[in-house]
Design a protein around this ligand. Structure first.
Ligand code: GAR
Length: 187
């Protein structure tokens, strides 16, 4: 059975969607959720879904706690699903091609430090983009870099607010992220 570590900093709707996708298909996996925020809503979702979850803070990342925990969990895949901290370089080095991230835009556009969640969608509106989308990519030691695995696009119309764009992007994320994970686990 595959071990999948899901990393999330906030709501965790992608984490829940991924877990439900595998459960609905009767694909048995060991999921484990890690968040850096003790009040993240993803912890409520974990309880509801009966998935083990824990908090490892930014400070603990710096002390090597995340590294030790990841090593104990022996992940086949580490999935950053709305995880907003830079992933520790020593873990990236130890798990080549086993750590992936989803970004709510068409990288290399609108990526980098500080570009997450609604900030990304506000920038898309400010730049009058006619399309945006999602990027799933391998994680490197830099924000939003690393080889692209998958992208999908959605149109942006002039009347779209950042919230409208967030909804369109989430729809793409829910549709594609679990399938990409399934494919990576099977390869
Ligand atoms: C998702 O849209 C994800 O792409 C984004 O955070 C959101 C988390 O939503 N990630 C980033 O911005 C990373 N740079 P969720 O907590 O409801 O899954």
């Amino acid at each position: 059975m595959k071990n999948i570590v899901l990393m999330a900093s906030g709501s965790g709707s992608n984490a829940e969607n991924i877990i439900c996708f595998f459960r609905d298909k009767n694909i048995l996996c060991n999921f484990h959720i890690i968040t850096n925020k003790k009040d993240a809503f993803v912890l409520e979702r974990a309880k509801k879904l009966n998935v083990p979850a824990e908090v490892i803070t930014k400070k603990q990342n710096e002390e090597g706690v995340l590294l030790d925990r990841i090593n104990e969990l022996k992940p086949d895949l580490i999935v950053l699903a709305g995880y907003l901290l830079l992933f520790p370089a020593e873990i990236v080095a130890l798990y080549p091609n086993k750590i992936i991230n989803i970004h709510p835009a068409l990288l290399p556009k609108f990526g980098g430090k500080g570009m997450y969640g609604s900030f990304v969608h506000e920038a898309v509106v400010a730049h009058k983009e006619s399309e945006t989308g999602i990027t799933i990519h391998y994680v490197s030691e830099h924000y939003d870099e690393g080889a692209v695995i998958f992208q999908a696009k959605t149109p942006v119309v002039v009347t779209d607010t950042p919230l409208d764009i967030a909804n369109k992007v989430h729809k793409l994320e829910y549709e594609h992220f679990p399938k990409v994970i399934e494919k990576l686990l099977n390869d």
